[in-house]
Write a protein that binds this ligand. Structure first.
Ligand code: C2O
Ligand code: CU
Length: 557
């Protein structure tokens, strides 16, 4: 296995991801940032220097398990102090599993500012994937706003609440085209829209070149801030073979739902009319869409070097609110027998995490079992390792929704019951014994708006988990576990809980560290939608010598 060294500098730069020039948080001036190409078992060393003038930064390596290296997980307030302006921090970790992953900022809403890139991990030459293909390509999907993240964050914190709203554009490999006609009052002529008409090379569509008759592995990953997406490759079916780097029994789909934090490998054969090109498109799911289809071009070679756009309309997706479609597709995925460890048949501890929208002092927040997560000034890992008292409350958060046995997930919170309307801030972790088998039921509910419940893609750091089942309505602890799939559940690191539904996952708490489990919608995590899992804390490795100080660890550096 090789050791790969990278020197990265984070700074704002001018860029036009969707033809409209904005400030973008870039690495080495690139947007999206540099792609890491590695082989399973490689060590990645990233020397990260912060050139943002006034704020700290961290980078998280999404899907990497960080076994033995929890201090390099790159999560502010959890694994490390932020790297301040002018400071350098060196991440060093092993890419322990082949697959399609990504890296991104994990402080405030820096991911939304454009701080992300791909991590593609190949199997060593001596090993072969359990499927065949001639060549491969990858697309990283994202959504894009014209408002700065500072304005977005302030809106989320304000009374009255100002939501970030639907994205201006959807991007494929960092490229999109803003629909200037949507710009209120501009009729396509507002100054911010002028670059749309210019021959700006940054406005070009991303192109996926293919040769007729060949079969391709397309790696699709979503790093969206808000949007759930449906990916369509016009004229071509997709055979799904991996999810979040894990093998599944191949299934054929016409279009692919993908939630923020997830990745897929799909196979397709370029067997269509080679005299023309085809669209790859992404559409918003699960929210009333107000963003035009994000597009890239599937180019049949040797079509002319001047890119011919497909003659067809941008491809459509199932109705945005066809949640039965999404649920049915999610249930298609089953582990490929013999390729992954079997699921333990029972759990030692079960958490039921009720997701609610609440108010705290009039501010709108998300809460889990009535606790809205706040990011503490001292990172949890250092607090545990150095046995710092007062870094967080010693009172454990509730395993079950407190005082809410009769909580009606379909109704608005009762305005006369403060325990339903109000939540509390909190930042104490769930602590697991090393090796404990943990079930987590994520239970969705109505928001503070009538007849509204949203999709939340829940992501776990440091682990992959088995998805034991999805259900509609309120989880029934007596009967629903009998329907769990304990035969061939899929493994992954991010799973969506659908509106008014639940999802059940299982994992083994065998990776000493402190690992966030949170909604991957960046504004939702910012508003408190996450919890902290700590496990094997007596087995934590020593703090790296170059550990940065902050909070109660300040005097140490
Ligand atoms: Cu990709 Cu904690 O996130
Ligand atoms: Cu969410």
């Amino acid at each position: 296995a090789a050791v790969q060294y990278y020197d990265w500098t984070v700074a704002y730069t001018y860029a036009s991801p969707d033809c409209v020039e904005k400030l973008v948080m870039a690495v080495n001036g690139e947007v999206p940032g540099p792609r890491i190409d590695a082989t399973e078992g490689d060590t990645i060393v990233v020397n990260l220097t912060n050139h943002l003038p006034t704020e700290g930064v961290v980078i998280h390596w999404h899907g990497m398990h960080q076994v033995g290296t929890p201090y390099y997980d790159g999560t502010a307030s959890v694994s490390q102090c932020t790297i301040n302006s002018g400071e350098t921090f060196t991440y060093s970790f092993i890419v322990d599993r082949a697959g399609t992953y990504f890296w991104h900022g994990h402080f405030g809403m820096q991911r939304t500012a454009g701080l992300y890139g791909s991590i593609i991990v190949q199997l060593p030459d001596s090993q072969k994937e359990p499927f065949d293909y001639d060549d491969e390509a990858s697309v990283l999907l994202s959504d894009w706003w014209h408002k700065s993240i500072y304005e977005q964050q302030l809106g989320l914190d304000s009374i009255p609440f100002r939501f970030v709203g639907e994205p201006q554009s959807l991007l494929i490999e960092g490229r999109g085209k803003y629909n200037c006609a949507l710009d209120p009052g501009s009729n396509g002529a507002s100054p911010s829209c002028l670059p749309c008409n210019a021959s700006n090379p940054e406005c070009a569509y991303h192109v996926i070149p293919v040769e007729h008759g060949k079969t391709y592995r397309l790696r699709i990953a979503s790093i969206t801030s808000l949007s759930s997406l449906n990916f369509v490759l016009e004229g071509h079916n997709l055979t799904v073979v991996t999810i979040d780097g894990r093998y599944i029994e191949p299934v054929v789909v016409e279009n692919l739902d993908i939630y923020s934090g997830q990745s897929y490998s799909v196979l397709f054969t370029a067997d269509q009319d080679q005299s023309r090109n085809y669209w790859a498109g992404i559409n918003v799911r699960g929210r009333v869409p107000n963003t035009t289809t994000g597009l890239a071009v599937l180019q049949y070679l040797p079509n002319s070097t001047d890119l011919q756009l497909p003659p067809s309309k941008p491809p459509g997706s199932p109705a945005w609110d066809d949640f039965d479609y999404s649920l049915a597709q999610a249930r298609l995925y089953k582990v490929k027998p013999g390729y992954e460890k079997p699921v333990p048949q029972s759990a030692g501890r079960t958490l039921i995490l009720l997701n609610t929208q609440n108010k705290i002092n009039g501010h709108i927040k998300w809460a889990i079992n009535n606790v809205s997560f706040v990011f503490p000034p001292t990172p949890f890992l250092a607090a545990f390792k150095l046995k710092l008292k007062n870094a967080f409350s010693p009172i454990a958060p509730p395993d079950l929704p407190p005082n809410k046995p009769d909580f009606n997930i379909f109704a608005l919170p009762n305005p006369n019951d403060p325990s339903e309307i109000n939540a509390n801030f909190g930042s104490s972790p769930y602590v697991f014994k090393l090796g404990e088998i943990v079930d987590v039921i994520v239970q969705n509910a109505n928001t503070l708006n009538p007849n509204n419940s949203e999709i939340h893609p829940w992501h776990l750091h440091g682990h992959d988990f088995w998805i034991l089942g999805y259900g509609k309505g309120k989880f029934d602890p007596q009967n629903d576990p009998q329907s769990f799939n304990l035969a061939d559940p899929p493994l992954r690191n991010t799973v969506a809980v659908f509106p008014y539904g639940w999802v059940a996952i299982r994992f083994v708490a065998n990776n000493p560290g402190v690992w966030p489990f949170h909604c991957h919608i960046e504004s939702h995590f910012y508003m408190g939608m996450g919890v902290i899992f700590a496990e094997g804390i007596h087995k934590l490795p020593s703090l790296p010598t170059e550990t940065l100080g902050c909070g109660l660890t300040k005097p140490r550096h």
